[in-house]
Ligand binder design. Structure first.
Ligand code: HEC
Length: 123
């Protein structure tokens, strides 16, 4: 029975993207994504993201970008088109110090996660 309910829910989510919602938790500086409902692959990607993308700032500004559709510092639009450039910009910034370095192998799953979350937030 439980399986049937889950299958129905999945159908609803797939046919009506407006129902899909990105879950977040915490407040202020502690505001972060809630990966509980991510796919297993995206949960694994989140583990890399949460370490690598919080070396210089918290998840707060990333969550705000997703929720508002605007990046909080530059005010630029945050959508599928701007995702690639923001990933690349952060990847470049992180190169400056060994302790923040993001490798090519790490940025790929991070970028895939950002794309996935963009789809989940139905932008
Ligand atoms: C080396 C330090 C560093 C790392 C690592 C880093 N960031 Fe940033 N991030 C910054 C700085 C500094 C800013 C302030 C805006 C700017 O300089 O572009 C920023 C701003 C942002 C913004 C807001 C941009 C705006 O224009 O308002 C987003 C979104 C963001 N980062 C996402 C990420 C993601 C995703 C990752 C992981 C791939 C990441 N950051 C990793 C330093 C970093």
């Amino acid at each position: 029975m439980k399986r049937i309910i889950v299958a129905c829910l999945l159908c609803c989510i797939m046919v009506s993207p407006a129902l899909a919602a990105l879950k977040v938790t915490g407040r202020g500086e502690a505001l972060r994504f809630d990966p509980a409902e991510f796919t297993p692959q995206m949960k694994a990607n989140y583990e890399i993201f949460k370490v690598k993308c919080t070396k210089c700032h918290s998840q707060q500004r990333i969550v705000i970008s997703f929720l508002s559709g605007h990046m909080p510092i530059s005010g630029q639009t945050f959508d599928m088109d701007s995702l690639k450039s923001i990933s690349f910009r952060m990847y470049r910034k992180a190169m400056n110090k060994p302790e923040t370095l993001i490798t090519k192998e790490q940025i790929k799953p991070i970028h895939a996660l950002l794309k996935y979350m963009m789809q989940e937030s139905s932008r």
